[in-house]
Write a protein that binds this ligand. Structure first.
Ligand SMILES: Cc1cc2nc3c(=O)[nH]c(=O)nc-3n(C[C@H](O)[C@H](O)[C@H](O)COP(=O)(O)OP(=O)(O)OC[C@H]3O[C@@H](n4cnc5c(N)ncnc54)[C@H](O)[C@@H]3O)c2cc1C
Length: 541
């Protein structure tokens, strides 16, 4: 642990995690400000009417007023995502998924370099991309398609379609699900193409962040900052198997003896492991089957859009139906799809729903697992390896205990190493600034899709820009905690249909006042040109 010293480097804002949400935020903090583009008008005439004033800046929009009518709109606005994210998504992609390539948008990004905020993005992935830049902790193929269509994965200033055109010299077909490899490649190149790479420091495992009198200190890199943005996601750690299964982790999944690979889980991670296994690899699949109470997320996968996930779901369903019959019937024929025809599933796949592993014995580099079935009988199976795919979590272990406690205050039975979509959800419904000068963005907010990261980033950026502007003595003061406009009521609006008006400010926002040309010199925090040289010296010399 190195104590603070004169050599420590100061910067206004530090973002932890180098995934897609950090990229969106960094793009804005580089001075790219979102404005409503009224031509063509947004298909929601009410929203258009509220925004159509010339040059409506979307930093810190009057959320309550703008989203008030969403629940009753004929357009199907998401009721799950945070209203700020729903609003930005609706403006970015006014025609939703029907305009996959994003040809029409109601957001224009205007470059205003004087509004840039000096910031750094520190992430442990070796290149920009967050979870997409690293090998999945489960061995899965890089060729598996993303869940989202390409247009829903595009970041501002350099779209996936533009990237495709540039690298493949061809136009992207509508409704393309890029492979993970293609998305990782896009995200790796994005910072350079979007002109924000000067802020990205990759391969940096950040640790030991504490609050100081005037901001934060990051011990692992001897950095000081005034604002902290957490973008570390909720998928970095696989949930670990219970102790009984620990010996299985020592197996090497060798397929020489055609012994089954044990896959546990009923969601995408387990499905990815099955899809990625060699075609002749026998698979023993244990999964929870509870279609009425907790259906597998794979059930929502349409056969045409997601043939591989729909295929795995069918295998599971067939196994579950068979297990319910008193006498196991001959396996029902699966309706043919290219995925289901790609292997002899009757031979290589054995699915067992709701079984419990009661014993594991290791022998000659293999294991024998004893399973207790739902009818109480026990069976044994040899296995050559384990994929434990029951979920992932994030961690806030990189924050000092006091800071972690601040962020997790009010959270029921928090576990700093098991941060899920629910952990901070109630807090971000109040305010994305979860503690003074600390923001969360991206999947940490509970909205995990890239398309729903924009709102949180705009929100965080607006405060950061405003703070910097006001420290230069030129801008309107920051709102009290409980923002965005309308406080909790506004954030709930759109989530559960609440539509109450903001209690303390219903008026449209005045555009922010921009600092005068020389005002930046008054700020105690260095602007970009100066801080970058200082930082490189501090980190790499
Ligand atoms: C298997 C899978 C498939 C998915 N498919 C899609 C899809 O098709 N479409 C979609 O929109 N979303 C998808 N998602 C959701 C995913 O949340 C988003 O794609 C996106 O990656 C979220 O971006 P983020 O910036 O919030 O965080 P992440 O991409 O999760 O990046 C956070 C990064 O911070 C790093 N980090 C954590 N702690 C530290 C530390 N102390 N120091 C430095 N770095 C740290 C993490 O290791 C990680 O690299 C998928 C998720 C998973 C797990």
């Amino acid at each position: 642990m190195s104590p603070p010293s004169a050599a420590d480097t100061k910067i206004d804002t530090i973002v932890i995690g180098n995934g897609p949400s950090s990229m969106i935020l960094s793009y804005i903090l580089h001075g790219n400000i979102p404005y409503y583009a009224p031509d063509p008008p947004h298909p929601d005439p009410l929203l258009h009417a509220k925004l159509r004033a010339p040059s409506t800046c979307l930093l810190r929009p009057d959320l309550d007023t703008l989203t008030h009518h969403f629940a009753a709109s004929r357009l199907s606005y998401s009721t799950q995502a945070l209203p700020i994210n729903v609003l930005l998504d609706a403006l970015l992609r006014p025609h939703g998924e029907t305009d996959d390539l994003g040809d029409v948008t109601n957001i224009e990004w205007r470059y205003k370099p004087h509004r840039a905020v000096p910031h750094l993005v520190l992430g442990n992935a070796s290149s920009p991309g967050g979870l997409w830049a690293v090998d999945d902790p489960v061995r899965v193929s890089w060729d598996i398609g993303t869940l989202s269509y390409a247009g829903m994965l595009s970041l501002p200033g350099y779209t996936f379609a533009a990237h495709y055109r540039k690298t493949k010299n061809a136009d992207l077909a509508p409704f393309t699900r890029p492979s993970r490899k293609e998305l990782a490649e896009y995200l790796r190149m994005y910072p350079v193409e979007a002109g924000i790479s000067d802020s990205f420091l990759n391969n940096m495992q950040v640790d030991g962040i504490e609050r100081t009198a005037d901001g934060f200190y990051i011990r692992s890199h001897r950095l000081r900052c005034k604002h902290l943005v957490l973008a570390t996601g909720i998928f970095s750690h696989l949930i670990q198997p219970p102790a009984l299964l620990a010996p299985l982790a020592t197996l090497h999944n060798a397929n020489s003896s055609r012994t089954p690979l044990l896959v546990i889980g009923s969601g995408f991670t387990a499905a990815d492991a099955i899809i990625s296994a060699p075609v002749d690899q026998p698979i023993l699949h244990l999964f929870r089957w509870s279609p009425d109470e907790r259906p597998s997320p794979l059930r929502a996968c349409h056969q045409q859009a997601y043939p591989e996930y729909a295929g795995v779901y069918r295998l599971m369903k067939r196994a579950a139906l068979a297990s319910n019959s008193a006498k196991r019937p001959k396996a029902r024929r699966l309706v043919s799809t290219s995925f289901l025809e790609s292997r002899n599933w009757d031979e290589v796949y054995e699915g067992i729903p709701n079984a419990e592993i009661v014993d594991v014995q290791m022998k000659d580099g293999k294991a024998i697992v004893t399973l207790c079935l739902t009818d109480g009988t026990t069976i044994q199976r040899p296995v050559c390896g384990l994929v434990y795919g029951v979920g992932r979590r994030g961690s806030l272990g990189y924050l000092d205990p006091a800071l972690r406690a601040e962020i997790l205050s009010g959270v029921d039975s928090p576990d700093e190493n098991k941060i899920s979509a629910k952990t901070l959800r109630n807090k971000v419904m109040e305010d994305l600034e979860v503690a003074p000068d600390i923001f969360v963005i991206g999947s940490l907010t509970g909205d995990s899709l890239i398309r729903f990261a924009f709102g949180g980033c705009v929100y965080a950026a607006s405060t950061l820009i405003r703070d910097l502007d006001s420290s230069s003595g030129t801008c309107t003061p920051k709102r009290p905690a409980g923002t965005p406009t309308g406080g909790r009521g506004a954030l709930m609006n759109g989530v559960d249909g609440h539509g109450q008006r903001a209690q303390y400010d219903d008026r449209p926002q005045k555009p922010l006042v921009c600092p005068s040309k020389n005002s930046e010199d008054k700020s105690p925090w260095p602007r970009i040109s100066r801080w970058w040289t200082a930082l490189c010296n501090a980190l790499f010399s």
